[in-house]
Design a protein around this ligand. Structure first.
Ligand SMILES: Nc1nc2c(c(=O)[nH]1)N[C@@H](CN(C=O)c1ccc(C(=O)N[C@@H](CCC(=O)O)C(=O)O)cc1)CN2
Ligand SMILES: NCC(=O)N[C@@H]1O[C@H](COP(=O)([O-])[O-])[C@@H](O)[C@H]1O
Length: 190
């Protein structure tokens, strides 16, 4: 599989740790659109090849499909990737790209809803709970078929930062397990 990420890479690290002992599921490539991102330091530390992508080629070229195929990638996991995946990539990997969103979709999703913007919106709305959503990726932001959701309570002392910590804990607990479940279901269908 390939992990696409734009930021610190804490979810990428949990995925790497989870599959380290696997005999048949490998993280073959880390794809990043932000030079200097923390996830690139993780890739180097873990000796995983990294591909830095550029807008022109990603959106108006081959979407790096050739590079992904050269690394034998057959499944893509988005983990804090902040660009919209183009149709060319979705068509090359049908039902094989998933994403984690730090809120309970369909609420608090769409353009502009990423990272702390999500948690600030949830806190401002005085929601009593939030959570994570894991879903297939289609051509729209946060619109694909839901795979899994987990929830956490929000109390009156919570801030965007404390909520982010609760959400990260849910992500780190569940994403690796759900990714493995989806990949194995895909393997069994092939
Ligand atoms: N085709 C799809 N691509 C992506 C999806 C998806 O569901 N379908 N999910 C996102 C991840 N995401 C939420 O989970 C998300 C990421 C980023 C944005 C956003 O508004 N991005 C900004 C650009 C930010 C930047 O370049 O720093 C924007 O588009 O203006 C919304 C949702 C990953 N891709
Ligand atoms: N809408 C997309 C989005 O907001 N994704 C979020 O970016 C963070 C990446 O953290 P990480 O770089 O530490 O894994 C995660 O919380 C993930 O849910």
């Amino acid at each position: 599989m390939a992990i696409f990420a734009s930021g610190a890479g804490s979810n990428a690290q949990r995925l790497i740790d989870h599959f380290k002992g696997s005999s048949d599921i490998k993280i073959a490539l880390i794809v990043c659109n932000k030079p200097g991102a923390g996830v690139l330091t993780i890739a180097e530390k873990e000796n995983i090849p990294a591909q830095i992508i550029e807008k022109e080629k990603f959106f108006r070229g081959n979407a790096y499909v050739d590079e992904l195929k050269q690394h034998n990638v057959d499944f893509i996991v988005l983990a804090g990737f902040l660009w919209k995946v183009p149709v060319a990539l979705i068509q090359a990997f049908p039902q094989s790209i998933i994403n984690i969103h730090p809120a309970l979709l369909p609420n608090y999703g769409g353009k502009g809803m990423y990272g702390r913007f999500v948690h600030e919106a949830v806190i401002t709305a005085k929601e009593k709970e939030s959570g994570i959503s894991i879903h297939y990726v289609d051509e729209l932001y946060d619109h694909g078929q839901l795979i899994f959701q987990a929830r956490c309570a929000i109390d009156e002392t919570d801030t965007a930062d404390s909520l982010a910590q609760k959400i990260h804990a849910l992500e780190h607990e569940h994403y690796p397990i759900i990714v493995e479940k989806v990949v194995r279901e895909l393997q069994n269908r092939r």
